[in-house]
Design a protein around this ligand. Structure first.
Ligand SMILES: Cc1cc2nc3c(=O)[nH]c(=O)nc-3n(C[C@H](O)[C@H](O)[C@H](O)COP(=O)(O)OP(=O)(O)OC[C@H]3O[C@@H](n4cnc5c(N)ncnc54)[C@H](O)[C@@H]3O)c2cc1C
Length: 483
């Protein structure tokens, strides 16, 4: 039975309610895929007269993560895989800051801005689209040595790091150091990990072809995956094909293997393989944003918001929590096409859930009946470097190689928000086909003040060490005095 939010019993009658506003305020936590699409759909349906929409996010842009591997490979300018909020959310209030607490019973959230004191804002309806963070394990050395691949900052850092290691390796004859610099480890064989690994290996090989001092076979790319297969999102056959392609590219693959430790870059795998590596990229899955633990909203065992198919937040017994909605990676939304299962954490669902949530909330404000979110997975597409890819569409159609790569680009460019970004991405692709990809390593980008700092520090007076036989400092042996 469709449920209207107004029909559900108020849970917290005793708690003070905010003063009535002229129009209801909808606060959207997170301006990522869910947040951006919900806000845009709401604006389209309601305009500014029926609701005041506020989006809260510490970043001033939404990141289209499926393009991060291509951004790292230099096929897309990293600035074009993000949609700036101020342009994509015209007419919508955007607050830059982190949500640090959610007191839904009092209809208020605390926001911690980058600078200044935390403050509270109240709302009438809450949308939670806070996404996920990397799921890590307490592995010795992981926090110090590894980097994630979840946002554009990390993708740029990994790219510059890889290209810079190649540059460093080219300037040393120390075989140990060269080996360490040219070894790149990726942990996690899901979509994000495989695409990141394949794209970076592709660009690294292309880059090395410009170096006379480095041979291709000095590059060592290693994949570590805990389960016996990769790409669980596609069929075993297609996963097997991908493995075969990666092996043909001399990528070393360790399946059913775990990273045991990586202290000081010394990698130890559970199959007793050990080596040194300067680059360890962690892409072994995600978990719901931990800030949800600082809320009074009901969470499941995995820390996700419990939601129904109307995208309303519910208690574990299914009772609707009034005025609270959730979607995307941070929410457990039932998958109506796979009874008993939840929608997987991917952009395909997040984007559609965002649009659906916008429609449903507009219905709530107009006291209309809500509709259930129902989406049949249309498939999965992955890019494995320039002109290479795998795709599985509608469950049965399997595509490989160049055609899959074209499908990947076509599908994602359509899903990328704003016409401006779509055009820029397509222009970038054309540029990189005609002029080749850019491989300049901008390693110093990550510490731009280093040179200035060194120049600004007052020079210490040069201390000249006098020669050891200088009579002024030569210590005379202590004369033994006769007793
Ligand atoms: C490398 C990579 C490749 C991927 N490839 C694919 C693919 O090919 N196909 C596919 O379908 N999916 C893919 N995904 C998954 C997909 O990107 C996510 O499932 C999707 O973005 C989830 O949307 P979301 O809105 O839930 O979260 P997000 O889009 O991550 O948005 C969450 C937002 O919340 C904000 N936020 C975080 N903490 C706070 C806070 N405390 N307060 C306020 N705001 C906060 C974040 O800044 C962010 O803007 C990929 C993911 C990655 C990392």
């Amino acid at each position: 039975m469709p449920q209207s939010a107004t029909a559900t019993a108020e849970k917290s009658a005793a708690t003070p309610k905010p003063k009535p506003r002229k129009v209801p305020r909808i606060v959207i936590l997170g301006g990522g895929t869910v947040g951006l699409y919900t806000a845009r759909r709401l604006k389209k349906r309601l305009g500014n007269r029926e609701a005041a929409i506020v989006v809260v996010d510490p970043r001033p842009y939404m990141t289209y993560a499926p393009f991060l591997p291509e951004a790292a490979a230099g096929s897309i300018d990293p600035r074009n895989v993000v949609a700036p909020h101020r342009r994509a959310l015209k007419g919508i209030d955007v607050l830059q800051g982190k949500v640090s607490e959610i007191h839904h019973a009092e209809r208020r959230v605390q926001i911690t801005p980058e600078e200044g004191e935390p403050y509270w804002i109240t709302y009438d309806h809450l949308v939670v689209g806070l996404g996920s963070v990397a799921r890590t394990l307490p592995i010795p050395g992981l926090a110090e040595e590894a980097i994630g691949f979840k946002n554009v900052e990390e993708a740029i850092a990994v790219r510059n790091h890889v290209l810079n290691r190649i540059e460093i390796a080219s300037s040393t004859w120390d075989p140990e150091l060269r080996r360490r610099m040219l070894t790149f480890v990726f942990v996690g064989g899901g979509f994000a990990g495989i695409e990141a690994l394949a794209e970076l290996e592709d660009i690294a090989r292309y880059n090395v072809s410009h170096y006379r001092q480095i041979e291709q076979d000095e590059l060592r790319f290693v994949l570590v995956e805990g389960s016996p297969r990769i790409l669980p999102e596609v069929s075993e056959e297609l996963g097997g094909y991908t493995l075969e392609q990666l092996r043909k590219r001399n990528i070393e693959i360790h399946l059913s293997t775990f990273l045991n430790s990586c202290v000081d870059g010394h990698v130890v795998l559970s199959n007793r393989v050990e080596f040194d590596a300067e680059t360890i990229v962690w892409t072994a899955g995600v978990k719901a944003n931990p800030v949800l633990q600082q809320s009074d909203l009901p969470l499941d065992q995995m820390g996700r918001l419990i939601c129904n198919a109307y995208l309303q937040v519910t208690e574990a017994d299914g009772t609707v929590v009034p005025d609270a909605y959730g979607a995307g990676d941070c929410a457990a939304v039932p998958d109506l096409y796979n009874p008993g299962k939840f929608c997987p954490p991917n952009a395909q669902h997040a984007l559609r859930e965002g649009n659906h949530l916008g429609d449903n909330l507009a219905r709530v404000l107009r006291s209309a009946e809500l509709t259930e979110y129902k989406h049949k997975n249309i498939g999965a597409v992955a890019s494995l470097g320039m002109y290479k890819g795998v795709a599985q569409m509608f469950g049965r159609i399997k595509v490989r190689g160049f055609l899959a790569w074209v499908l990947h680009r076509t599908y994602h460019v359509f899903a990328m928000p704003t016409v401006n970004r779509k055009l820029r991405i397509m222009a970038g692709w054309t540029g990189s086909v005609l002029l080749r990809r850019e491989v300049v390593p901008l390693g110093t980008l990550h510490d731009p003040r280093a040179e200035f700092r060194a120049a600004a520090v007052p020079a210490k007076p040069r201390v000249v060490q006098p020669p050891a036989d200088d009579p002024a400092i030569t210590k005379k042996p202590a004369r033994k005095t006769a007793g």
